[in-house]
Design a protein around this ligand. Structure first.
Ligand code: DGP
Length: 115
């Protein structure tokens, strides 16, 4: 069996990380290298899906749960507005192949963040 992802290890308490929110199927942590005052990662607990393309095809309801958690984080930690980024593939800057959404809020500059 493959090793658990870095996100699964944070969820299980194996390595440290601030869990901001958790439901039955989804959790959120702060990104270790924040690109905006709010920069969270919203992640399905299952590692079954590598990227959002697979997730959308395999479990669209779970994708909707990710979006709902992003919105509620933005309401709590920003003004309710947020940018949602999914990197899909190494050449698109994906480094962890356990699907996750970057949730950014309180963005000061009107440019795409560089990550
Ligand atoms: P991506 O490049 O889209 O696969 O995003 C992976 C993100 O995961 C990246 O922005 C940094 C974050 N990350 C990597 N390792 C850790 C960690 O150990 N703790 C936390 N909180 N975030 C991490």
């Amino acid at each position: 069996m493959s090793q658990p992802s870095i996100f699964t290890r944070i969820l299980s308490g194996d390595i440290p990380g601030e869990i901001l929110r958790e439901t039955e199927r989804v959790f959120a942590i702060r990104d270790i290298d924040p690109q905006a005052p709010l920069h969270a990662l919203v992640i399905p607990k299952t590692e079954q899906y590598r990227d959002v393309t697979e997730l959308a095809a395999g479990d669209p309801e779970l994708l909707a749960e990710l979006v709902a958690m992003a919105k509620s984080l933005a309401e709590e930690h920003a003004n309710g507005e947020y940018r949602l980024i999914f990197n899909n593939g190494a050449s698109a800057a994906q480094s962890v192949f356990h699907v996750h959404a970057h949730v950014l809020g309180n963005i000061e500059e009107k440019k795409l963040v560089g990550f």
